[in-house]
Design a protein around this ligand. Sequence first.
Ligand code: HEM
Length: 145
Amino acid sequence: MLDTQTKEIVKSTIRALKQYGEDITKVFYRELFSRYPQVQGMFDMEKQKNGKQPKALAMAILNAANNIDNLEKSRAFVENIGKTHVRLNVAPEHYPLVGECLLVAIKEVLGEAASDEVIEAWGKAYGEIAEFYIKVEEKIYQARK
Ligand code: HEM
C-alpha cells in the first residue's frame, strides 16, 4: 500500500502528465531501446512510426495514476493489455526496465517540475502498478497452460 503523501503527489502530477504524455512516452521508448535493445524485438516498430503506440502507453499511465487508490477498478483494462503482453511473452523481469526508463522520461520532460519527491513518488506508484500487472498476467499465463 502506498502512503497518503505518495498518492497525493502522484495525483497532483496527473494534469502535467496528461499535457506531456506523448512526449514522455517518446522519450521513454528512446531510453528503453537504447538501454535495453534486447526488448526492442517485442515491439511493432510500424506502430512506433505512426505514433499509435506512444498514445496507448501514455493513456495507460494516466489510467493507472487515476486509479492509484484502488487499482482493482482498472482490472478489466489491465486484463486486456495483459492479453497483449502475454501474447508477446512480457515477463516480470521486464517491469523494472520499463520503470527505470519511465522515471528517466518523466524527469526529462517535466524538467524543474520533477522534484526528487515527485520522482520518488512515481517510482513507488509504478512499483504498485507493475505488481498489479504482473499478478494479472500470471493468471493469464496459468490459464494458457
Ligand atoms: C505497468 C507497466 C505497463 C503498462 C501500463 C503497459 C501498457 C501497455 C499498453 C496500453 C499497451 C497497448 C496494448 C494494446 O494495444 O493492446 C501495451 C503494449 C505492449 N507492451 Fe506494455 N505496458 C507495461 C509494461 C510492459 C513491459 C514491462 C513490457 C516489456 C518490455 C511491455 C511490452 C509491451 C509490448 C511489446 C506491447 C505491444 C506493443 C506493440 O505491438 O508494439 N509492456 N503496453
